[in-house]
Design a protein around this ligand. Structure first.
Ligand SMILES: Nc1ncnc2c1ncn2[C@@H]1O[C@H](COP(=O)(O)OP(=O)(O)O)[C@@H](O)[C@H]1O
Ligand SMILES: [Mg+2]
Length: 349
């Protein structure tokens, strides 16, 4: 039986979501593999978390891993992970982590330094997809379309008037979306109708990251496509899913994602004409290859009325609860949640 370490929690704002994803993953895989969960606290300590505790986590409780009362995990470069001075036997690590410090290449590089193989994208793809500014540069260079916009460096302060001027010079029309370059769960993302609203939106985004994207608001459907790559095979795109807002002005913000899920509906598979479906699946595979993806990612799109496809962003460790888009997309092609997870573990390098 393969021995796997499941990493959960983490330093980002998506800590509780990671725990919920890890709960689903561990409940499903505990009969197939010998699992040692390792929790990462908000301040970055690695601690022991009992398997039964992880199995009990769900979205209702928004779990938090605290260091108090837990044993520390030690890490030795080239050797791996240790608990109470004893090596934790592990064939590989499943980093069920979202956002900065988990999905951005930092943990991936650390695991490589420890000499532990892991599930999912490597250092480069993880880092490239965490920073939306660089994701867009790579996608554009590979011939994929993205939303028009500008990037703002807020380290020297925020000057909304000069941002508004740059938007005008670039011919970007309103409303715009202001968003942190490295964020997640829509935290710090705002739709801004008029230049007067820019200052406040930039200040909010700046709390998450000093690099800020200001993009033309795209009116179109929001489509997400799961990609899976098995060892030695070409990446495969699942049937795309759709985020359907409950009202015309709503967007997929934090509240709609996790608090009041009736604000937006998730439909898998999306109701698409065959040519749009084909184009989106092809673009998802192209995006996967452009950023040097490995094993899995979810590529998020806008589909405009005129049929144009824009890539919005890429998640290298998408939400992994049983109802999340990534596993649901494979279910619609006949692969169960468990089969997908086993596949990811078996294909990890
Ligand atoms: N340029 C845009 N045009 C229209 N809607 C957008 C745009 N950028 C973001 N959004 C909306 O904001 C949501 C969150 O933005 P996104 O870039 O996906 O950040 P996150 O990484 O936080 O999910 C999207 O799902 C979409 O509803
Ligand atoms: Mg998103």
């Amino acid at each position: 039986m393969k021995r796997i370490v499941v990493l959960c929690g983490g330093k980002s704002g998506e800590h509780p979501i990671s725990c919920v994803s890890a709960g689903s993953v561990v409940r499903t895989l505990k009969d197939c593999f010998q699992i040692t969960p390792v929790g990462i606290t908000r301040s970055g300590e690695w601690v022991e978390v009992p398997l039964e505790e992880v199995c009990s986590w769900n979205l209702k409780d928004l779990p938090e891993i605290k260091a108090e009362g837990r044993k520390k995990i030690e890490a030795v470069p080239g050797s791996g992970l240790f608990l109470d001075g004893k090596k934790i036997g592990a064939d590989l690590v499943f980093p069920v982590l979202h956002g900065v410090g988990g999905e951005d290449g930092a943990v991936q590089g650390f695991l490589e330094t420890l000499g532990l193989p892991y599930v999912g994208c490597g250092v480069f793809a993880s880092a490239a997809c965490m920073d939306k500014h660089y994701t867009k540069l790579i996608l554009k260079a590979s011939g994929l379309s993205v939303a028009p916009g500008i990037t703002v460096d807020a380290r020297g302060g925020i000057d909304a008037a000069s941002v508004a001027k740059r938007l005008e010079e670039e011919g970007i029309s309103w409303p715009v979306f202001v968003k942190p370059a490295w964020g997640g769960s829509s935290v710090g993302v705002a739709k801004v109708e008029k230049p007067e609203g820019l200052q406040k939106a930039l200040e909010e985004a700046c709390k998450v990251s000093w690099r800020i994207l200001v993009e033309e608001g795209i009116s179109g459907r929001e489509i997400e496509c799961a990609v899976l790559e098995r060892k030695g095979e070409k990446p495969l795109a699942a049937l795309p899913g759709e985020i359907i807002p409950g009202s015309p002005s709503a967007f997929y913000d934090f509240k709609a994602k996790y608090i009041d899920t009736s604000l937006c509906r998730v439909q898998v598979p999306a109701d698409l004409d065959p040519s749009s479906q084909r184009a989106i699946r092809a673009a998802a595979v192209k995006a996967f290859e452009a950023v040097d993806g490995r094993e899995l990612m979810r590529v998020d799109f806008f589909l405009k009325k005129n049929g144009q496809i824009l890539v919005n962003e890429i998640n290298t460790m998408p939400g992994f609860t049983e109802i999340s888009m990534y596993p649901s997309a494979w279910k619609s092609l006949g692969m169960s949640y468990k089969e997908i997870l086993v596949d990811l573990v078996e294909n990890a390098v």
